[in-house]
Write a protein that binds this ligand. Sequence first.
Ligand code: C2E
Ligand code: MG
Ligand code: MG
Length: 630
Amino acid sequence: MWNMDFVIPSLLVLSVLLVFYFARPRIPNRINKAFLTLIITDIAAIVTDLLSTYADNHYRDFSVPLLSVLNMAFFVAFFARVLAFFRLTMKLPKVGASGFTWNKLLSYTVFLVCEVMVVTSPFTGAVYTADAAGYHRGPLYWILPACSFFYLALGIFQLVRYRKKVRRSVLISAFGYHAILIIGNTIRILFPQYLVMNVFCLLAILVIFLAFENPDLYITDRGPAFNTRALTDWLDDPMHRKGNRILGFAIRNYNDKRSMYGGIQMDQGLGLIISYLVRQFPQCLVFYVRGGNFALAGADETDWDRIRKEISERFQKSWQAEGVDLYLNVTYVEIGLTARALSSDRIVNMLIYALDEAGESADIEQTLMPAETLEEFNRQIEIKRWLDKAIENDAVEVFLQPINESRTGKTAAAEALARIRDGEGKMIPPGLFIPIAEKNGNINQLGEQVLRKVCAFIRDHDLHSSGLRWINVNLSPIQCMHSHLPVLFSSILKEYGISADQIHLEITKESMINYSKQEKQIADLHQCGFQLALDDYGSGFSNLHQVKKYSFSHIKLDMKIVWDYIRDRDSLLPALVQAFRQMGFSITAEGIENREMAEAMADIGCDYLQGYYFSKPVPMKDFAEKYLQG
Ligand code: C2E
Ligand code: MG
Ligand code: MG
């Protein structure tokens, strides 16, 4: 006699789970489809298990063919469920479908062989037989547990193999449900009369549901839109890349709007926008990315122009939240998905990057993300990687470029210039990585590393006897924002036993426009004994007043105005240089590439000259060999 106590509660729990699952929006991705198949096969297995068990218990009331068919149905569903678990596991790693071809072949073959053996059993008696005396196991009944263990083992093997390509929490749960199924199968062998397998399958399904199939994990808390995790998973399916498009749009100046209207009101507004999008564009999947950024995904054939127009028109009206009318503008971004084989994380990051940029850009017109921007984005990501690595490993290199005194023609100082390398050892110019470091805050560590290396260089070499009086270190405006900078720099100098007059700090003019509070910072650095140079004078917005206001002692003329002067020698630059000199500044001309330039700049009164004519920036070791005695 079979015991069915476990089966009915399993069916009830599964029903609750199903109602919950279907009541929420779900993204049509590969895992979800596999999960749905699993649930269907599980229900089929439970129902056929119930029916066949009942029939086996009351075999006298059933005809032999019906008894046989009911048992066959259970076996068929049993194997289908085993395969469904395995197929779901195979969807977890983020690898293209092609990686699994042999695997697919193997798994379907085993499945088919088992099913054929079951279906032919009424004739062969291999797996089971049914006759007037009821149901009996056949000699090959063992293929049931064997097949289960085969798929579990293969599943674990694949999980281990592709462990790097599965989200960690998902991987742990996947091992978890495999363990549950192994225990279930073992108990089934030991106590066959209890029909416990359904309970263990249900437990496994619950683990899957809670770990990564709960639709709530993929919905934003702002409304019924999907979140970035859902977008990443959707993009993981190579099928979705083909023939689909993403239209992103960003609320312009989202953060300003948020502080203007209030957080609660804005959150309500986001909810309204999401509901509008979901209602208005049922043909698209609606994603809320973050910070006022949205994305719609749908087929290429969709009338995207109309969608864009409709959204724009809707945004011309206000969104009514908590008694406030929110007036918001949007900017669009479009990303092609087929352009190249980018990872889903990369595409999502790119979208976020593009949307953030679009939301802040001055260009009110729609922004399409052209191929160059994608290239640029990828390049930026790579550089950021090398930068992080260099900073972490203390591998930022410092090159030195000599600065010559025009009066004596001798090298009087040097400028320290940071360098990092990519994976192949090729140099990445600072023009590329400094802006990234400034954006993500790494510039502080980078600047400190450069200063430390310069200090160590000064400590380890006798600059003085070679006529070198100081080394210039560049300071980013972002570094200047830190109020502890003067103290930090002074303590670093102390650590290396260097006096502050051996270091000059170069600051570019941008820092002067945006952050007037740096006036004090610069004065403090000056107080600590550092001499300050205004870098790249003339390369943009620079005025005399600004220069006077700060505690600079030196001005470095940007190479562009030097070159302009060489090309067209008017009297403006000489007059400017004279004026600066009278105000007590020393002047350095950058970008000196030949003798003519050196002479011309010395003639108009520049005190120092720097440029490729004297030397390109060189590694510290080479600099020491070339310019320092002993
Ligand atoms: P900068 O401070 O104005 O440095 C001078 C730049 O001009 C250097 O470029 C140098 O290699 C280049 N240069 C020097 N002489 C000539 C010449 O005769 N002809 C030409 N065409 N170029 C010349 P580099 O090393 O690529 O640095 C670019 C910028 O990156 C620097 O401009 C500076 O603003 C920034 N930077 C470099 N190192 C650091 C650093 O450690 N910290 C910070 N915050 N910025 C740095
Ligand atoms: Mg400089
Ligand atoms: Mg400069």
